[in-house]
Design a protein around this ligand. Structure first.
Ligand code: PMP
Length: 301
């Protein structure tokens, strides 16, 4: 069987030979940025937005990506094509590159760039979102004046510790609060609540990643005639909501059944999340109007 090909610094190499240096500051200090992207039926979903977010994360770290946005988009699509994938999960990583032992990144002359594309089937086709349980993690999202998840950096310890707490508690994922105690997001997805047919999601002040799925779901909700707002949400509001759901590239859409053992609404998949998921399945299956050519380009196999 042919090995998957990984893009490493401009070359395609077999998975077993795709390596980075132990002197890479991405490895030594988590100094780098990344993106997780999906391709649905040969179209890389929201590619322009993922590339933009990658460059924005890099900008905050003053990490100069050695490719233009367009070249980056091309490299991502080429990685999917080379692996002959139509439905894929794609990981793009840019690190500070190799340097001396010492946190100062000035010894790192060239960023390391690698792109992995693996087969991944969407769960949206099943019609009904999966139900998950959460616990509130004791570890909180970083404040926005620090290295919060607004920067999609290689520092995911905050999320990893929360996920481990959830696993120890025997549930699927962690609900993370911000430093003030407001609802922030889960370990790797954004959260929405529904109360009296009104949809809300935590504002960016809660130190969340500016989720690309979240943004599209907000638009979708308003297209469906639902009132939708981005605002501070208290744990009380979540626990007493009619419905709650998680959204993200990897997670797609997941209904929240319980938080800390408390049922959200009836504890089953509610009507709003069901509707949102079935509409979102239609969104990913088609080219979106007004998208840049490279985003909606078919991966020609
Ligand atoms: N929050 C965090 C911390 C994440 O890692 C992710 C996954 N990228 C999300 C939210 C969801 O964002 P997106 O919809 O852009 O994948």
């Amino acid at each position: 069987m042919l090995e998957p090909l990984v893009y490493v610094n401009g070359e395609f190499v077999e998975k077993s030979k795709a390596t980075v240096s132990v002197f890479d500051h991405g490895v030594l200090y988590g100094d780098g940025v990344f993106e997780g992207i999906r391709a649905y039926n040969g179209i890389v979903f929201k590619l322009d937005q993922h590339v933009e977010r990658l460059f924005n994360s890099a900008k905050v770290l003053q990490l100069v990506i050695p490719l233009s946005r367009h070249e980056m988009a091309e490299a991502i699509m080429e990685t999917v094509r080379k692996n002959q994938l139509r439905d894929a999960y794609i990981r793009v990583v840019v690190t500070r590159g190799t340097g001396d032992l010492g946190v100062d990144p000035s010894s790192c002359k060239t960023p390391t760039l690698f792109i992995i594309a693996e087969p991944s089937q969407s769960s949206l086709g099943s019609g009904v979102p999966r139900l998950v349980s959460l616990v509130t993690a004791t570890v909180r999202r970083d404040a926005v004046d620090g290295t919060s998840h607004e920067v999609k950096s290689l520092n995911y310890l905050n999320s990893i510790l929360a996920k481990m707490e959830a696993r120890r508690a025997g549930v699927d994922d962690a609900l993370m609060l911000d430093h003030r105690g407001f609802v922030s997001e889960s370990s790797a997805s954004n959260i929405f609540i529904v109360k009296d047919s009104k949809v809300s999601s935590p504002a960016t002040s809660a130190g969340i990643l500016h989720g690309i799925t979240r943004a599209r779901i907000i638009r979708l909700c308003s297209d469906l005639g639902l009132e939708v707002s981005e605002r501070d949400i208290t744990p009380f509001e979540l626990l007493t909501a009619d419905e709650a759901f998680l959204v993200g590239t990897k997670a797609e859409i997941l209904a929240v059944g319980t938080v800390n053992g408390t049922k959200i609404g009836t504890g089953t998949v509610g009507p709003v999340v069901r509707r949102v998921a079935s509409e979102f399945a239609k969104v990913v299956a088609r080219r979106e109007e007004g998208t840049p050519a490279y985003e909606s380009e078919y991966i020609d196999l």
